[in-house]
Design a protein around this ligand. Structure first.
Ligand code: PMV
Length: 323
């Protein structure tokens, strides 16, 4: 059996930062994101009964060490569910830089969950697929669905994502790739350190539920301004908790701060734009689709040689082929 699946990254508007249970990948709080329509991951899983162990390649290049170990332990989970001991060959590829806060682990594990569960003959509901993807990388639970998505905190059975109705709210995201390099501290380690040492972490966990409530209301009302303000504030709060860790986790560079200044300037100039930042230096700008080109132009003018990606709202994971 072989199956190929495609999944898109998502960017959280209310972030997930910190686990309640590492083993089960249960988040300390809920989170809410927008699935993008750019830079998908496509993954093929082929069962290999004659092989001794799992093999994984990244665009044809063998994956090694921690990357491979993470894929193998995920496949172990899938085999556990399927009652199989057959190894698999995984080939995966992505068009955006990885490890720079562009959420490639979200699209990666959503695609792997769909391809692997199909190849091993599991017929999972979307909800169970989201629960499975969560075990690979928390944010992957959200990439199972398209558009605006909420991922619930909870226990193993109840921590899954669901799409939110978002009538009348059209969102675009301009991604300013200030630094395509791999980040110094991975999100897993950075979350762990923040939760263990930052005196601000408790306040973060306490405040997210009400931010989620406010965000849901803003989405229901299709209130773009409220969505943007809440998203920017939530991202700044997440980074504030990290800055309080020992040693501090600081993903921001001078470019990050300059980008935040530019977003504030855009607002003063009458273009409604709001920033969000993940576990890396890059800044993503939330705006209305009709303003995206103007936002990108202003970034291109301010930062020489900057890579810019413009995204709208994208679809959930899809199995393209199963043989
Ligand atoms: O699940 P991970 O390891 O990709 O963690 C994602 C963390 C953030 O991107 C910073 C926030 C989020 O909710 O996506």
């Amino acid at each position: 059996m072989s199956a190929t699946a495609i999944a898109y990254p998502n960017i959280a508007l209310i972030k997930y930062w910190g686990k309640r249970d590492e083993q089960l990948s249960l988040p300390a709080t809920g989170s809410l994101s927008l699935t993008l329509d750019i830079a998908p991951t496509r993954t093929t899983v082929t069962l290999a009964p004659e092989a001794d162990e799992d093999v994984a390649t990244w665009r044809g290049r063998p994956m090694l060490d921690r990357e491979l170990a993470r894929i193998r332990s995920f496949l172990e989970l899938v085999r556990g569910l399927a009652g199989s001991r057959t190894p698999a060959v995984v080939d995966t590829g992505n068009e955006i830089p990885t490890g720079a806060g562009l959420a490639s682990s979200a699209s990666g594990f959503a695609a792997l969950a769909a391809a692997a569960s199909t190849a091993y003959g599991l017929e999972l509901s979307r909800r169970d697929l989201s629960r499975l993807a969560r075990r690979g990388s928390g944010s992957a639970a959200r990439s199972v669905f398209g558009g605006l998505v909420e991922w619930y905190a909870g226990d193993d059975a109840t921590s899954y994502a669901e799409p939110l109705p978002a009538q009348g709210l059209n969102l675009a995201l301009v991604v300013a790739v200030l630094d395509p390099g791999r980040k110094a501290v991975g999100s897993r380690e950075a979350m762990r350190r923040t939760a263990a040492t930052s005196p601000f972490y408790g306040a973060w966990v306490q405040s997210v539920p009400s931010e989620l409530t406010q965000m849901r209301t803003a989405i229901t009302r299709a209130d773009f301004t409220a969505v943007g303000e809440l998203a920017e504030s939530n991202a700044l709060r997440m980074h504030a908790t990290m800055l309080g860790a020992v040693p501090p986790v600081r993903y921001w560079t001078g470019g990050t701060v300059a980008a935040l200044d530019l977003v504030a300037q855009l607002r003063e100039d009458g273009i409604e734009a709001y920033a969000t930042i993940d576990a890396g230096p890059n800044v993503k700008v939330l705006c209305r689709p009709q303003d995206a080109a103007a936002v990108a132009d202003r970034f291109a003018a301010a930062f020489a040689g900057l890579d810019l990606l413009i995204s709208g709202s994208g679809p959930g994971v899809r199995v393209e082929e199963a043989r």
